[in-house]
Design a protein around this ligand. Sequence first.
Ligand SMILES: [Mn+2]
Length: 339
Amino acid sequence: MKFIHTADTHLGFELIKTAPPDEAGRKRRAQSVFDNFVAAVEHTLAVEADLFIHSGDLFNKYYIVREKLDALISPFDALSKAGVPAVIIPGNHERSEFPFDLFHGLRGIYVLDRPKSLLLSLNGYSVGIAGFPFIKDHVKSSFLNALNATEYAGQRSDFNILVTHQTFDEALVGPVGFRFKAGRPDTVSRDTVPLDFEYIAAGHIHRYQVLPHPLKPGLSFVYPGSVQRMSFAEMDEEKGFVEGEVINGRIETRFIPLPAWEMKIVEIEAAGRSPREVENTIRDQFRRFNQGLVIRFNLVGGVAACDYPEIDFCRMRAEMPRVLECQFAIRAKTRWIHR
Ligand SMILES: [Mn+2]
């Protein structure tokens, strides 16, 4: 029995409320995000996996129009046609729900849009799967309530998988390695999770990691991470998804890497300097540019926009060599103004 586990695909990455200054760049990134999701699905078919799991944040925003959602879920067609069951839960980016009929008509796509459990027969094994949408508030009590509401406990199966989109204690994020501690209002303590599972398919944390259950060696909380570097906080992280397989009666996992774009931040002391000087400092970076680069220029040194020289960022973008996306941000005290 083999399965593919992915999460945090953030499809529709280009659709945000305020138009990004580098709109074409954002669209190129969105295409690359979608391509990585497709790559995970294609891998599922190529290795003839028996199950596909998506543990939340399929989409980047909850307000994407229906027509676009229909297009974004097209890779599930291939799974459905190949007879590979897929289990999906809504994450926080979907505000814990999908349009109720989004996956209607797709055979074998199981959306756990409320606490549910199901029993699948996969390559000779009975596999119990329990899951529920992302829980925002009172996670400490709500998590166990939701888990009980799945009624997974009544099932008897060879392997049990929990699908969840939450932060568990000791989860690691960010460039300086921040760890979520038990007791935070948004964090579930791993030691409170029942031991009835063989695999916990987690989502929400964008860095790939495997956290052990403190009370059951061999049971892990697995975050496959996002399929692409969604923000600069992830700029050094390897990206991919997880393949799990039953070997000698237990689930073994491995990480399958996906191509990730390069991300770079350049800080420029710009307040009080002439436009020409700052533009030339930006131009000095052009030799490092390539088509796979997401670059951000942080202009710093001032406390308000008026402290900075007037730069025609449109013209700068027009003259620069092609990058995936170029962002300019001006620091005004603690705020960033995007240009
Ligand atoms: Mn996410």
